[in-house]
Design a protein. Structure first.
Length: 392
């Protein structure tokens, strides 16, 4: 309480992050104390919890890691692959290529604390993430994390989901599930740890994010094409990415959170046994038998409106009749459509000129091309299976 003389029952604490086994750390401890002038007896090696994730206490620790780092007075990062005489700002420096900036778990260790102080392998101080502006700019360049997040991460949730995902897009973890688990704190979610589920962990992470956010930039990603895949060959899939690497070029997408959009266009979405159920403006591309689903998010590269995803759609009534010989009986599903996106196709910038209602159905008007063609995209209920199960 402000003005109270009563001391807090919680002691300020520090966190040391390093890539050494515990015996190696014990051998290094005298050097830590000598060169950094820190008492390491109070350090908690939180990283060790991730290697014992099967234990209930460790599962709780992983779900709490972001908060622990956020509440730490300071975090010290020991870079075992960076010598003290490294020329930090130069291209190809050991600092720029340190494994610390490529690991999944160190993303929260970089962002969450109030301050991160870096040390070389000889325990020479290299600088602070927040206190050293030149180092902040360098780290921003290395990691693509916004400079202002590195200066003050208290409001990191204000950055779009796509941009935060892009910060993890070049990072790796030993276990495939950990690339999802290490991001829970960054998105303010908690979920059970199920080692053995593989990439499904990242799908579950996005499903948890969907429960808490209406930010459509979650769907603004592009899957990289494997070698040997034809340039025009589509791959149909759902709206949720299978890996953070799909967000590598998504750091420019912004959530469109204008109040008028929330009132007119935004509808809650949910996961169902038919896939992701989402209401979005939809229109048929002029002159083509293809559809564009309008996402309510923008881009710093094109600030004139929203972005669109090219989707393949089929009327749900017709599909039901084809599969079961009868149309849908539920009026609430009448007019809904099943859709899949081409995961290799980049989102399309759209120039939205108007937003309104037509026959009680919200719509957006889009300036389409140089021939002054304008199209209206009416809000439509789409069911988008994550794993393709329908034949188009």
């Amino acid at each position: 309480m402000l003005g109270s003389n009563k001391k807090s029952p919680f002691k300020p604490y520090q966190i040391l992050t390093l890539h050494l086994d515990l015996p190696d750390f014990q051998r290094s401890k005298p050097a830590v104390d000598k060169h950094s002038r820190m008492d390491t007896s109070g350090f908690g090696l939180i990283r060790a919890a991730s290697t014992r994730a099967a234990q209930p206490s460790s599962r709780e620790a992983i779900n709490s890691m972001f908060r622990w780092h956020k509440e730490a007075a300071i975090c010290y990062a020991y870079l075992a692959d960076v010598p003290s005489d490294d020329n930090l700002p130069t291209s190809g420096s050991a600092f720029s290529n340190s494994r610390w900036f490529k690991r999944g778990w160190t993303l929260q260790e970089l962002i969450a604390p109030k301050e991160v102080v870096f040390f070389s392998r000889e325990w020479t101080k290299l600088g602070g993430r927040r206190s050293d502006h030149s180092l902040s700019f360098l780290i921003s360049e290395i990691t693509t994390i916004d400079f202002f997040v590195l200066q003050d991460s208290k409001n990191v949730q204000r950055w779009s989901i796509a941009e935060r995902m892009s910060w993890a897009s070049r990072r790796e973890t030993t276990r495939s599930e950990d690339i999802a688990y290490c991001l829970m704190g960054l998105f303010g979610v908690n979920m059970p740890l199920l080692y053995g589920e593989g990439e499904k962990a990242f799908i579950r992470l996005q499903e948890e994010i969907l429960k808490r956010s209406n930010d459509h930039s979650l769907f603004a990603w592009t899957a990289p094409k494997p070698n040997g895949v034809d340039k025009v060959e589509p791959l149909l899939g759902g709206l949720l990415a299978s890996s953070p690497s799909h967000f590598r070029n998504s750091n420019h997408y912004l959530d469109q959170d204008h109040p008028s959009l929330a009132l007119v266009l935004r509808q809650p979405s949910s996961m169902t046994n038919m896939g992701l159920c989402i209401d979005v403006p939809l229109f048929q591309e002029p002159g083509k038998n293809e559809f564009i689903a309008v996402l309510l998010c923008g881009s710093t590269k094109a600030i004139t409106g929203f972005i669109g995803l090219r989707v393949f759609v089929q009327n749900l009534d017709r599909l039901q009749k084809q599969r079961f010989g009868k149309p849908l009986s539920s009026m609430s599903l009448s007019g809904a459509r099943v859709a899949e996106r081409d995961v290799y196709m980049d989102p399309i910038p759209l120039n939205v000129t108007a937003v309104g209602f037509g026959s009680s159905v919200p719509w957006v008007e889009i300036y389409w091309d140089a021939r002054n063609r304008e199209v209206k995209a009416y809000v439509t209920k789409l069911y988008i299976p994550q794993d393709p199960i329908y034949s188009f």
